[in-house]
Ligand binder design. Structure first.
Ligand code: AMP
Length: 336
């Protein structure tokens, strides 16, 4: 199946002007930048048909690149002395500031995972924390006033430590995983009281709340602190919960999935990057609905190739075309 939008509406023109090309710069750039903290990893990924080792991975790598299509990023993380210098050059070419990435003696964090035939069920084969074991994120002075924050998946204590160093951010998005729900619940609960929006997947939402219904789970998580909750349902889309607002989005139908790793992180990056670039006064639910779709669009590209390979080659035109197609596929009333 191959989709292509036949026409673009004025909305897309606005999007393209706002996001611009990757070397695009605006006078008010400092007002819309996004701080991203998370893991930077070298991954080994096995699917039933392919296996690749030493791939760039980690929650922050996916999230930062996803966000960079919309907004400049201040990246925070740690790598070892085995980490390729060329990635720093690549980040810089994508408006990703790497002043906050520490390079220390030792090996970079390594993760290895294996997927079943459904490309949904995943087993972690190995984790080597390496330089991550002693990592304590320290923000450079010029990062502290970044208005938007994405706490990509790392230990909640480290996510909180980043917030401790920030000067009144306007909007904080946090991602998490089953490991932290199971092993550091008190730290996670403390973090939840400080964030505006929590992103997690369906099984994590159920595990966290002991609810089978995702609607009940979303509501219950909001009671723990975040004003908004986004629940990802993999190939079935995403749900967004606000106080009296609710949005359900499908997923972009893909025929060719090669590697689902990082889809959730890329969704979070696209979501938070879009918000940072488009919120001027208040964060509205309307902007968030679109952010969900842009996050899904970015994630759909991510899974088309191993590691970040598809995202590295992605263009603004491809994003705009797929967004448009998404919109046409979700339309159920006859257009006048
Ligand atoms: P996702 O597919 O969205 O769950 O994210 C996959 C990425 O998460 C991989 O690139 C891993 O390097 C990274 N990762 C795996 N385990 C952890 C962990 N415990 N903390 C932080 N990042 C992790």
């Amino acid at each position: 199946m191959s989709f292509r939008a036949k026409s673009r509406n004025p909305d897309e023109v606005v999007f393209k002007l706002a996001a611009g090309s990757l070397d695009f710069a605006r006078d008010d750039e400092q007002y819309m930048s996004l701080l991203v903290v998370g893991s930077i990893a070298l991954d080994t990924v096995k699917t039933p048909v392919e296996e690749h080792a030493d791939l760039l991975g980690g929650s922050a790598s996916y999230a930062a690149l996803g966000a960079s299509f919309f907004t400049p990023v201040n990246l925070v993380g740690v790598v070892g002395d085995d980490f390729p210098e060329s990635e720093f050059e690549f980040w810089k070419s994508h408006r990703i500031d790497t002043t906050g990435v520490q390079r220390v003696n030792g090996k970079t964090f390594r993760w290895s995972g294996e997927y079943a035939w459904d490309l949904n069920t995943r087993e972690t084969r190995s984790v080597a924390l390496n330089v991550f074991e002693t990592f304590s994120p320290e923000l450079p002075a010029n990062y502290r006033a970044t208005p938007f924050v994405l706490l990509a998946n790392i230990a909640p204590k480290l996510q909180s430590h980043v917030l401790d160093q920030m000067e009144r951010p306007r909007f904080i998005v946090a991602d998490t995983m089953d490991l932290w729900i199971e092993t550091t619940r008190a730290d996670l609960d403390a973090l939840l009281r400080r964030v505006d929006l929590l992103i997690l997947n369906d099984s994590e939402a159920r595990e966290m709340t002991k609810e089978t219904s995702l609607i009940r789970a979303g509501r219950k998580i909001r009671e723990c602190g975040p004003r908004y909750v986004a629940i990802k349902k993999g190939e079935h889309g995403a749900l967004l919960f606000g106080e009296d607002e609710f949005f359900s989005a499908g997923a972009y139908p893909l025929e060719d999935i090669h590697d689902p790793t990082g889809a959730g992180d890329t969704f979070a990056g696209g979501f938070a990057g879009y918000l940072a670039a488009h919120v001027r006064e208040n964060v509205t639910f309307d902007v968030m609905r679109k952010a969900v779709i842009y996050g899904s669009v970015l994630a759909s590209f991510c899974v088309e190739a191993f590691s970040l390979e598809r995202l590295r080659k992605l263009t603004q035109d491809e994003i705009a075309d797929r967004y448009q197609m998404f919109k046409m596929m979700s339309q159920f009333e006859v257009l006048a």
